[in-house]
Design a protein around this ligand. Structure first.
Ligand code: TYD
Length: 134
């Protein structure tokens, strides 16, 4: 996997509606230990994330609505739009991310290979750059 990568998800579509599954080794590059979702982002200028993680990798899927993600590997910056439940964004550890521009009613689901541990979060951008360059 690259440090960040968009993954097209296969949807099982029939007359009853659509279904998308994540399965380790198939479309999910890690064993899932954690899942959380962000919703009811009330303010138009809401920015979530704004951190890098020493151990956690993530798969982000906007399962309803849309949002944008600023990605910064310390060497490269990018911005992606997530506006389909059929697209997942993979983020490796030590990638700075900021999620913003949430549409009304957007639901962002996140899977991770690690349990929540505040100690592995880097919430200071300068500290992130320093760790990347060491
Ligand atoms: P925070 O890291 O600020 O969310 P985001 O990455 O979207 O900016 O987390 C908000 C709160 O939720 C904070 O008190 C920590 C808690 N939290 C957990 O308990 N478990 C988790 O897996 C996550 C991501 C957050």
């Amino acid at each position: 996997m690259k440090q960040y990568e968009l993954i097209n998800l296969k949807a099982y579509e029939d007359a009853r509606g659509n279904l998308i599954a994540f399965e380790q080794g198939a479309n999910c590059p890690f064993d899932v230990k954690r899942c959380f979702y962000i919703y009811d982002t009330k303010m138009a200028d809401t920015v979530r994330g704004a951190h890098a993680n020493r151990r956690s990798e993530f798969l982000l899927v906007v399962i309803h609505g849309s949002c944008k993600v600023r990605i910064d590997t310390g060497k490269e910056k990018d911005e992606v739009l997530l506006n389909s439940p059929k697209t997942a964004l993979y983020l490796d550890k030590m990638v700075w991310k900021e999620m913003f521009d949430f549409s009304d009613g957007a639901v962002l689901m996140v899977l991770s290979n690690e349990k929540y541990d505040e100690k592995e979060y880097i919430r200071d951008y300068e500290k992130f750059l320093k760790e990347i360059n060491n």
